[in-house]
Ligand binder design. Structure first.
Ligand code: PLP
Length: 394
């Protein structure tokens, strides 16, 4: 049996998405910016896709959604744009991010730091959560941007983004959220959250193909173009439009909203069942409480079981999961969120992330439970650190 439980890394393309994309490869392949019928026949589908995106995020018509190639691009863009507009001019000198943002935010923030700007990294608490009041403490009159993710990709923790956005609104600081892991799992209502000025999303995290994403920009908030060239996307983001990708992402957004209740109901039940069964294994820990997480994610630690060794056993049995850490050629890195929480080193190295989707089945979860139980037993049996661990810590 093959089981895919790495949906926070990427998702499979929904068949319905593939169907709407199909005509735009070999039949309707015109460049939408050209002046002939080949071009014009792409326009209705592009219009529908944008409508689906606006509806899915409840975006006001006056606001913009700029199509990008991925969330990494959107995240780089917003931080660098703020640098060009507000920091280089000397008006501001500071941005705020959380310490558990995706590398596309953290690495960009570090790059900007190397250019001389100040960056505050908001810590998470022992449950892996950000507290809105902490963000307020870091804001200064020189803060150019606050950027906090909506849902953490490792733990699935839902951060209090609406509350943080409101604080930023009151303090007059633009707020950006990386909502990549929130689409289809958390209700996003941009019309009714005026504090959110920018929002990032990525098609391949919600069953659209890879290579297409977006950046929402509220009216009145400018962006410095990252790519200069033609007039596509109003000159903000030059480059010939990825027509099949945009069409697919629109449909995927519609489906994500339509199936949200199913994910919050049936899929959450499956996730809880998996978690309950795995927690029956002794010395097993989950950091963020379930009610504070999206319905699809579990980050779980099996004391004494090296994460990468567990992934190997799972993979041998046909199961794809993740440790959430980059595996460098020689060093095994620990999970960044576990490190941020301050977990002991031996636990930080044992975290495994299972991320479900609307396509996950009960049979797959039953099989996974069986395989994980066997793997924990086998790996603890050969773990010298677990064998010699004091009883109280086992
Ligand atoms: N932000 C978050 C929270 C993510 O989980 C990811 C991907 O894992 C990204 C950004 C980057 O997404 P993309 O692959 O579209 O660049």
């Amino acid at each position: 049996m093959r089981v895919y439980l790495d949906n926070n890394a990427t998702t499979k393309v929904d068949e319905q998405v593939k169907v709407v994309m199909d005509p735009f490869f070999c039949e309707k392949y015109g460049n939408p910016n050209s002046l002939h019928d080949y071009a014009r026949e792409t326009h209705p589908a592009l219009k529908t896709a944008l409508e689906q995106l606006y509806l899915g995020l409840n975006v006001d018509k006056q606001d913009s959604i700029v199509i990008t190639s991925c969330a990494t691009e959107s995240n780089n863009w917003i931080l660098k744009s703020v640098y060009f507009q507000d920091i280089m001019s000397g008006r501001k000198d500071h941005i705020i991010v959380s310490e558990v943002e995706h590398p596309s935010i953290i690495a960009t923030a570090k790059f900007l730091e190397s250019l001389g700007i100040k960056v505050s990294y908001i810590p998470i608490n022992s449950e892996g959560m950000i507290e809105a009041s902490t963000v307020a403490d870091y804001i200064t009159p020189k803060t150019a941007l606050v950027s906090i993710m909506w849902v953490n990709n490792e733990t699935g923790a839902i951060f209090p983004v609406e509350e943080i956005a409101q604080i930023c609104l009151e303090k007059g600081v633009p707020f950006h959220t990386d909502a990549v892991q929130a689409i289809g799992k958390v209700k996003i209502d941009l019309k009714n959250n005026p504090g959110i000025k920018y929002l990032t999303f990525s098609g391949h995290k919600f069953h659209a193909p890879k290579g297409v994403g977006g950046l929402y920009v509220r009216k009145g908030y400018e962006l410095t173009p990252l790519f200069h060239g033609g007039s596509q996307m109003g000159g903000y983001r030059s480059g010939t439009l990825n027509v099949p990708g945009i069409v697919g992402m629109g449909k995927a957004m519609e489906l994500a909203i339509d199936t949200m209740d199913f994910e919050l109901g049936d899929i959450k039940e499956l996730r809880d069942y998996l978690e309950d069964e795995l927690l029956k294994i002794e010395d097993t820990f989950v950091v963020t409480p379930r009610e504070k997480r999206v319905p699809t994610t579990i980050l779980i630690s099996f004391r004494g079981v090296e994460g990468e060794a567990m992934l190997w056993d799972l993979n041998q049995a046909g199961i794809g999961a993740s440790t959430g850490s980059a595996c460098a050629s020689e060093d095994l890195e620990s999970n960044p969120v576990m490190e941020a929480i301050g977990a002991e080193a031996d636990l930080a190295h044992t975290a495994i992330r299972f991320s479900l989707s609307r396509f996950t089945t009960k049979e797959e979860i039953d099989y996974t439970i069986e395989v994980v139980k066997k793997a924990v037993k086998r790996l603890r049996g050969i773990s010298s650190s677990y064998a010699y661990m004091p009883e109280g810590e086992k």
